[in-house]
Design a protein around this ligand. Sequence first.
Ligand SMILES: [Zn+2]
Length: 143
Amino acid sequence: MFTRQDRLKIFNQKKKKVERRTNKEGIITEKVIPGFENTTFEQFEEWFDETTFNQGCNYCGTTNHRSLELYQMQRAGLRPDATRGGKRGKRLELDRVDPRQPYDNLQNLVWCCYWCNNAKSNFFTAEEFKPIAVAMRAALSAI
Ligand SMILES: [Zn+2]
């Protein structure tokens, strides 16, 4: 059950970010992390559907509950930790089916487990990713 606060947190985490860093030579570099630019929280709220979220990863079917279990195994040291310092995998993530589309195209967004999101990256189309998702489902179920 999501509260408005939960949805707001998800929305804010997915806003476009620009990270500025200063290297040893004093040169400022920028890293753009894609996310919502023009989408309002109200539009996100309209798009957000808890039933769809509860169906799990759009690709492999891993549920949010299972994602959390896998996350906790890693954080507890029961498995090698691939959570990037606890930042990834705690819950299902937003994925762009077509990664060339902006996040603002809400019809292009699906829920996705960290593992599929990481493997699909910006490289595979949803169609190309299908056989990988089948294998991902089998591999994650076996843990
Ligand atoms: Zn998945």
